[in-house]
Design a protein around this ligand. Structure first.
Ligand code: AHR
Length: 506
């Protein structure tokens, strides 16, 4: 058995846990909206046509923020197509995914869904085929209280009160040549700055997110961010980051270590942003919105024949996730939490059917994919402050990401309840690890604990419509808590959440 140690210190605080770390993403893409969230004929559909089974799973997942309506889709989207009487809404070509958008769901319907799911909307405007005026128009429609043309139109359409959307994405992935209206960094920086100025003139307190690179493999990675921030530093609050990971050519060791790449990604963008801030002699710190992240078998998608074009809600990238994928997703959340001083918003992409923790069949059931479980448990247990968590563990060599630790972990501490949560992965393909968590620096505390782990002898096991609960969290009984420390055995290729509750010793 391999051995690892973590020493926790309640004064070594990175930052408070940002609830927005547990965001998600709903794009008008594939079956995320149509037959995902929305299916009027479904047995569970409510009075608005929303699937109650999907809504219940969304609540259980614990998501807090939802980015909407895209993604690549937004760069050709006309928001006003999706308002007013449904029978007059146009059907349009969606050039991003070559499908037909019926506009049955628009911002009013989505805001109703978000209220039912109790999530905050992060709204993305189209800066691909559109610009400042259209961004102002949609803002007037959703956020202006009353007395102007578009605010009154919203009220006439049934929403008396404005939606009060605070977070606004200034476009999507405009560095990517696949993006409608793709621009170079200079042109995008100017447009983002002009849009930010206009939106702030309408509502100064908005939180604005400028596009970062669409991935760290982009040739302009880093340079794009620097140029965009040269134009927008004082005008925006966030820079967006996007990253998707997959296992290449059966190289599981590298795949399991991909959170080290996310760590490096964040550190690089923080350094880039801070260098622009230093040059501008600004005390402001730009936050990161990691508003697209997940495991995505993108290379399989790219190698597949295209689905029949111009369908409504086609089956697109409905990846089925296994045990190893769930361990990686848990690890990516560890990375995001570890950077809570700078990553204060994040959205797993996407919510339903499209590379998603929730799957739903038309007319049939909805179920939890393997990746649902580490997300839901982390969202439920991460409370209070993130603690600096240094792991002493053996290392191993990966082909893709160099040297990686066999164990990766992050801890949170809620000083109000005294609870500590530790989220940890064992990346070893064959051996269990005995992890000791030293809690001595919390003083004389009588700890009680519980733990659950996600693992299986068959790391390729998935949940399916026929077998929706093959991959679940299991109670980890190999936990002992005594004398100011916790000891737990982590199975090979596993993700574990450890919850330690404090009582006092007199
Ligand atoms: O989430 C799927 C796609 O990935 C999004 O539309 C796009 O922004 C990204 O490239």
């Amino acid at each position: 058995m391999r051995i690892a140690h973590v020493t926790l210190d309640p004064t070594a605080v990175v930052a408070p846990v940002s609830r927005r770390t547990f965001g998600t993403f709903v794009e008008h893409m594939g079956r995320c909206v149509y037959t995902g969230l929305y299916e009027p004929g479904h047995p569970s559909a409510d009075e608005d046509g929303f699937r109650a089974d999907v809504l219940a799973l969304t609540r259980e997942l614990g998501v807090t923020t939802v980015r909407y309506p895209g993604g690549n889709f937004v760069s050709g989207y006309r928001w006003e197509d999706g308002i007013g009487p449904r029978d007059r809404r146009p059907h349009r070509r969606d050039l991003a995914w070559h499908s037909v958008e019926t506009n049955e769901v628009g911002i009013d319907e989505f805001a109703r869904w978000a209220a039912k799911a109790d999530v905050e909307i992060m709204y993305a405007v189209n800066l691909g085929t559109r610009g400042v005026q259209e961004a102002l128009d949609v803002h007037e429609y959703v956020n202006h209280p009353a007395g102007t043309h578009l605010a009154e139109l919203r009220r006439a359409n049934g929403a008396e009160k404005p939606y009060g959307i605070r977070m606004w994405c200034l476009g999507n992935e405009l560095d990517g040549p696949w993006q409608l209206g793709h621009k170079n960094a200079e042109a995008y920086g100017q447009l983002a700055a002009a849009t930010a100025r206009a939106l702030r003139a309408a509502e100064p307190g908005l939180e604005l997110i400028a596009c970062g690179s669409s991935g760290s493999a982009m040739p302009t990675f880093g340079a794009w961010e620097a140029t965009v921030l040269e134009h927008t530093y004082d005008l925006v609050d966030y820079l967006s980051c996007h990253a998707y990971y997959e296992e290449y050519d059966g190289d599981l060791g590298s795949f399991l270590a991909c959170a080290t790449d996310m760590d490096h990604f964040v550190d690089s963008i923080v350094a880039t942003a801070d260098s622009i801030g230093a040059r501008l002699r600004s005390k402001k710190k730009i936050q990161l919105s990691f508003d697209e992240w997940n495991v995505w078998y993108l290379s399989r998608f790219q190698n597949q024949p295209p689905v029949d074009e111009w369908q409504v809600g086609p089956r697109v990238i409905e990846d089925e996730y296994n045990v190893a994928d769930a361990v990686v997703v848990g690890n990516l959340l560890i990375s995001l939490l570890r950077h809570s001083d700078r990553v204060t918003a994040a959205c797993q992409a996407q919510l339903v059917n499209v590379i998603a923790p929730i799957r739903a069949e038309p007319g049939g059931p909805a179920w939890r994919q393997s990746i649902f479980h580490p997300f839901a448990r982390t969202a439920a247990l991460a409370r209070g402050d993130v603690l600096r968590t240094v792991v002493d563990a053996p290392g191993y060599q990966t082909d893709r990401y160099g040297e990686a630790s066999v164990v990766d972990a992050v801890a949170t501490h809620d000083s109000a309840s005294g609870d500590v949560a530790v989220f940890v992965v064992n990346r070893d393909l064959a051996q269990p690890v005995e992890l000791t968590v030293d809690l001595g620096r919390f003083g004389p505390v009588a700890w009680q604990g519980g733990a659950s782990s996600l693992y299986d002898d068959d790391i390729r096991l998935t949940n399916t419509v026929e077998h929706p609960d093959r991959v679940v969290l299991r109670a980890n009984r190999q936990l002992s808590v005594r004398d100011g420390s916790a000891r737990i055995v982590l199975p090979p290729v596993s993700w574990t959440a450890l919850r330690l509750s404090a009582g006092t010793t007199d």
